[in-house]
Design a protein around this ligand. Structure first.
Ligand SMILES: [Zn+2]
Ligand SMILES: [Zn+2]
Length: 142
């Protein structure tokens, strides 16, 4: 799996469209005073023009740009759950353990309001939606 596939998987698992995710990330960036575009945006410059390519979900999910630590932390805290370490690991060609349906991982487990998920197979977690997809996949295969 590529890091951009991982981002897409986690966004979909969070039930967000790419537009919703972008809106949240833009808000997070605007709230982040370290973001260089803030002053210029305050003067009325076009935010789209100023947006860091590393903070554009279309580019990120197409693999056209790579999120840096700052973007990954903002996504994790303000947009949807991810584990930045997994993203970096995948970027280095690694094969971290993640659920193939929702992309959750050891430090970024699903939470249904009562309990966190557990591994039921090498790349499958116990979340209800992932179990349902595994059943569907099994039916298709047989
Ligand atoms: Zn899962
Ligand atoms: Zn899970």
């Amino acid at each position: 799996m590529h890091p951009h596939d991982y981002l897409k998987l986690r966004r979909r698992a969070a039930g967000l469209t790419i537009e919703e995710a972008q809106r949240r990330l833009d808000e997070a960036l605007q709230a982040d005073w370290r973001f260089l575009g803030v002053d210029r945006r305050a003067r009325g410059d076009d935010f789209e023009q100023l947006r860091d390519p590393c903070a554009d979900f279309v580019r990120l999910e197409a693999g056209l740009s790579i999120a840096g630590t700052r973007e990954l932390v903002l996504i994790k805290v303000r947009v949807f759950p991810i584990d930045p370490v997994i993203y970096h690991h995948l970027g280095m060609g690694g094969t971290p353990r993640i659920c193939r349906f929702c992309g959750c991982s050891q430090l970024d487990a699903c939470f249904d309001g009562h309990t966190t998920c557990a591994w039921v197979a090498k790349d499958l977690c116990s979340a209800a939606s992932c179990q349902a997809q595994a059943v569907k996949e099994h039916r298709r295969a047989s």
